[in-house]
Design a binder for this molecule. Structure first.
Ligand SMILES: C[S@@+](CC[C@H](N)C(=O)[O-])C[C@H]1O[C@@H](n2cnc3c(N)ncnc32)[C@H](O)[C@@H]1O
Length: 230
């Protein structure tokens, strides 16, 4: 499981270059994945949404642009990342650990977490905390990296993650060590049916996985399970 102090230090170090590095390293695909997330949320038309591990605010800002009526709060435990989000126009932010959110029970209709759950120290505890702040009938949406199932793609993608990506990230951010960890974290993060099962065991129901871009990313959707105790 990821070490929170390491994760905090890594994102503090790359905060000012994070947005540029993301777009270069994903060849712009991260923008497409976030737009797909926005389309899904637009169908739910939530009055309130918490973007957990909001970082520099890319997803929260995309949601605000598309759904101006939705009250969007972005939360993250890394102040330098939130400072970038503020400078980019995300006015409503909260510095907090996602595993212990200083927010009331059942206070949001939707929670989103993009490329964040994978970095947390305890996935089950994090999911239970997300469920705690969601209203009955509320939805959780997780966007994260995945590994392509096609064996022809698996090997080249692994080479990209462990060699090409840290090298290019080092050039862009000056911090290749932070990106050495990325490949390991993607490989050890539960994927597809395994993450759906974990969501369903952690207070949600009907968890679904929507693979993106030949499976290198995935969107997971689940609804609060009111049959389970809060
Ligand atoms: C890869 S960035 C993702 C940022 C943003 N969601 C995006 O889509 O670009 C991961 C973020 O998760 C945050 N994070 C990791 N563990 C956290 C925790 N336990 N509590 C709050 N934020 C956390 C980091 O500070 C970082 O900003």
């Amino acid at each position: 499981m990821p070490d929170p102090q390491y994760v905090h230090a890594a994102f503090s170090a790359i905060a000012s270059r994070y947005v540029t590095a993301n777009h270069i390293l994903s060849l712009g695909a991260d923008v497409v994945w976030r737009e797909r997330v926005v389309q899904i949320i637009a169908e739910w038309k939530p009055a309130s949404l918490l973007d957990i591990a909001t970082g520099t605010g890319d997803l929260a800002l995309a949601i605000k642009r598309a759904l101006p009526e939705t009250q969007v709060l972005g939360t993250d435990f890394c102040r330098p990342m939130l400072d970038v989000a503020l400078s980019r126009g995300l006015s409503n932010v909260l510095e907090a650990d996602a595993l212990n959110l200083p927010l009331e029970d059942a206070s949001f209709e939707v929670a989103t977490v993009a490329f964040g759950l994978r970095n947390m120290a305890d996935y089950g505890a994090a999911l239970r905390e997300f469920r705690r702040i969601l209203k009955p009938g509320g939805h959780l949406l997780v966007l994260d990296f995945n590994l392509p199932e096609n064996p022809l793609l698996a090997k080249p993608y692994s080479l990209y993650l462990h060699h090409v990506l840290p090298t290019i990230a080092g050039w862009v951010t000056g911090e290749s060590a932070a990106y050495d960890y990325l490949g390991e974290s993607i490989e050890s993060f539960p994927k597809g049916a395994a993450l759906c099962e974990l969501m369903n065991q952690s207070g949600f129901k009907d968890a679904t996985c929507l693979p993106q871009s030949v499976g290198i990313a995935a969107i997971y959707i689940a609804e609060v399970n009111e049959a389970l105790p809060r």
